[in-house]
Design a protein around this ligand. Structure first.
Ligand SMILES: NC(=O)c1ccc[n+]([C@@H]2O[C@H](COP(=O)([O-])OP(=O)(O)OC[C@H]3O[C@@H](n4cnc5c(N)ncnc54)[C@H](OP(=O)(O)O)[C@@H]3O)[C@@H](O)[C@H]2O)c1
Length: 268
């Protein structure tokens, strides 16, 4: 069992926008791109980034699915489409100038979402985003934060799982294509981008059983799961995932701790 690193969100991020302690003279806003911004986690991530006074670009199938406060925010750029159907020129323009990119994409929990096309929504979107970032040849490194799952293993580490777990995940992988898609998306980052890419750095965040809460609470991060996600899952609120992903994209210390890794996040 790996020792955990308690991780407490700073009160700064719990305060509403007009009460934040961000110093306008020292704060450097980043431009960040979020895919999956209409999702339950994605819209929380966008809101947190806007509260931290960053500029956020989003790619959404329908702008009307974004909450009103986000649609009207002065620092959001909304682009209708999908990562997979935008032209090369469009996607390149969207990633150009971004210091960080996040994917909170996931298959909708409907028959069409789970078994219809695109089967490789998450993997192909991550690949396309990486290709666009590379084509833009940015001056500095670009961070890519992927929302992944505790049901996936980090094969860079010796993550031991029981026979029952292996069997269970094998069955889920066969019956539910999104499992394989999530696994392959992280595998692309781990093996094709790797640990020393000249342009892209990445982190694949692995929440456990997702829940909905209104505010950020304390959470813990581990390099590997400390519980079996199938037989003894923990809870992770989507807003805590969003908080952590926002900190990965915007805080250097947090990024240095978790880049090239697949942090597992649990509510405390
Ligand atoms: N145990 C769990 O529950 C669990 C645990 C860990 C990780 N996860 C992973 O985390 C992901 C995100 O979770 P969530 O609850 O925030 O997801 P969510 O609310 O279902 O959001 C999914 C996002 O993906 C978009 N999307 C779906 N199908 C698409 C398509 N064909 N083309 C373009 N965009 C598409 C949705 O857009 P629209 O709004 O247009 O539909 C939405 O923005 C999950 O899907 C899952 O893979 C789940």
């Amino acid at each position: 069992m790996t020792k955990g690193i308690p991780f407490h969100p700073k009160p700064l991020y719990l305060k509403p926008l007009n009460q934040t302690h961000i110093n306008p003279y020292t704060h450097t806003p980043k431009t960040l791109l979020v895919a999956g911004a209409t999702g339950a986690t994605g819209c929380q991530l966008v809101r947190i980034l806007l509260e931290k006074r960053h500029k956020v670009r989003v790619i959404v199938r329908s702008a009307g699915r974004l909450p009103d406060d986000l649609q009207k925010h002065g620092n959001i750029e909304i682009h209708e489409g999908t990562v997979l159907n935008l032209s090369d020129k469009e996607i390149n323009e969207l990633v150009r100038g971004c210091e960080g990119v996040a994917s909170c994409l996931g298959h909708n929990l409907s028959l069409k979402g789970i078994y219809g096309k695109p089967r490789k929504l998450v993997e192909d979107s991550v690949i396309r985003l990486c290709e666009a970032i590379i084509q833009c040849n940015p001056a500095g490194k670009v961070r890519l934060a992927l929302m992944n799952t505790s049901g996936n293993r980090n094969r860079d580490l010796n993550e031991k799982v029981s026979f029952g777990h292996r069997l269970g995940i094998g069955i889920i992988r066969l019956l539910l294509p999104p499992q394989k898609d999530n696994e392959q998306a992280a595998e692309f980052l781990r093996t094709s981008i790797g640990q020393s890419h000249e342009i892209i750095e990445w982190s694949a965040v692995r929440p456990d059983d997702l829940t909905d809460e209104d505010s950020v609470s304390s959470y813990e991060l581990y390099p590997s799961p400390i519980r079996d996600p199938l037989f003894n899952p923990g809870k992770t609120s989507r807003i805590n995932v969003a908080d952590f992903m926002s900190r990965l994209l915007t805080e250097n210390e947090v990024w240095e701790d978790w880049k090239g890794k697949m942090p597992v996040i649990y509510n405390r």
